[in-house]
Design a binder for this molecule. Sequence first.
Ligand SMILES: Nc1nc2c(ncn2[C@@H]2O[C@H](COP(=O)(O)OP(=O)(O)OP(=O)(O)O)[C@@H](O)[C@H]2O)c(=O)[nH]1
Ligand SMILES: [Mg+2]
Length: 419
Amino acid sequence: MSNFVDECNINVQGGNGGAGCVSFRREAHVSKGGPDGGDGGAGGSIWFVADHNTASLLNFRDHPHRKAGSGKHGSSKKKHGTSADSLDIKVPEGTVVYDFDGHELADLANHGDRFLAAAGGEGGKGNARFLSNKRRAPAFAEQGEEGQERWLRLELKLVADVALVGFPNVGKSTLISRISAAKPKIANYPFTTLEPNLGVVRIEDDKDDFEMVVADIPGLIEGAAEGKGLGHQFLRHVERARVLVMLLDLASWDGVSPKDQETALLKELEAYRPELLERPRIVVGSKADMVFDDDAQTHGYDVISSITGDGLPKLIGKMADAVASVRKVEAELDTSEIVIHRPVVETISIERLDQGQFVVHGRQALRAVRLSDLTDPAALEHAQKRLDSLGVNKALSKAGAREGDIVHIGDLSFEYEAD
Ligand SMILES: Nc1nc2c(ncn2[C@@H]2O[C@H](COP(=O)(O)OP(=O)(O)OP(=O)(O)O)[C@@H](O)[C@H]2O)c(=O)[nH]1
Ligand SMILES: [Mg+2]
């Protein structure tokens, strides 16, 4: 069970920043007032947030794309565009985030841990920001930055919330196959299950979805704690489960009464690890369709039938309640700090193509040339100054650029001129 890995690929796209506005004040007696174009709003970022009520990555299998909203454009009278909200995507505790090259980017171990999956684009500055002593009427503004887009890979090592415990052949595998998408082998003989099966049980309601991982383990028999049967090696999985469901066969073929099954199971759990008796436990009789529904035969237990479905909603509800309250206690005990993972700050890098061509990479450099009108001489001058102060020219000469080589930054291409 410990190597049961849930995994998915997810595409995240931060929202684009809104464009800055080019606008001039209108006044009755002035033909062209000062620049008053407002800034664009920032695009929304996408965060992965570890959440203890999310138990699987199932959600992303069929819908792998997530996109945050874009910022609004700035407008005249220095009105700034509104920024888009960031988007929190809930992932289970224990989700590990990788890029497609296999590098681990984050390990969201505890409830509340956050990872910036895709940064939203910054809003562009309006022309009001480009006013200077020399430049009285800037006719350009910054365009919004595009949001970051990438594919990420998520992996989760599942740990069971609920373990199904019972004698062989009582219907554990049948139960998990009814309440989750797990497809274990089911047969009418003991020790059908040789390896634990995990299934995710989802409860969808209007407020919030609730998920829990259920483990169907091989049947336990008397003496399991000392190594009899198959149960022993799997008791350690029971050990990690938050809640135990003890399944008692109401129609046991060797006629062991449910009460005696319960007593024997408790004895095994205790012999293996006495603390297991403290674990929240739900006891339920299985195969209710095989007996008359009276106390003499159900022995006063809650009962289910995985064949007819009787009692399953009630059982699932009880399991969810028990799991939720254990998780709540854990969250209160949890003193771990919230880890915020930030992306590495991108610096400028130069890529050399053949035939005297160079590409400049880096967010700041791209931003310097992302202006609304690069045919405007003042805009071009502004861009060049910024590239210079970012050290782009130095970096180009270091990379071997010579007079006349072609340099590409974003949509802009120009001839390199040595100082
Ligand atoms: N009539 C009836 N039969 C059931 C029910 N649940 C399971 N069975 C049958 O009981 C037999 C054993 O079911 P399994 O689900 O394989 O039992 P298990 O507890 O997983 O058994 P092991 O893996 O050997 O421990 C199968 O023939 C099932 O069809 C039920 O609710 N009603
Ligand atoms: Mg089984």
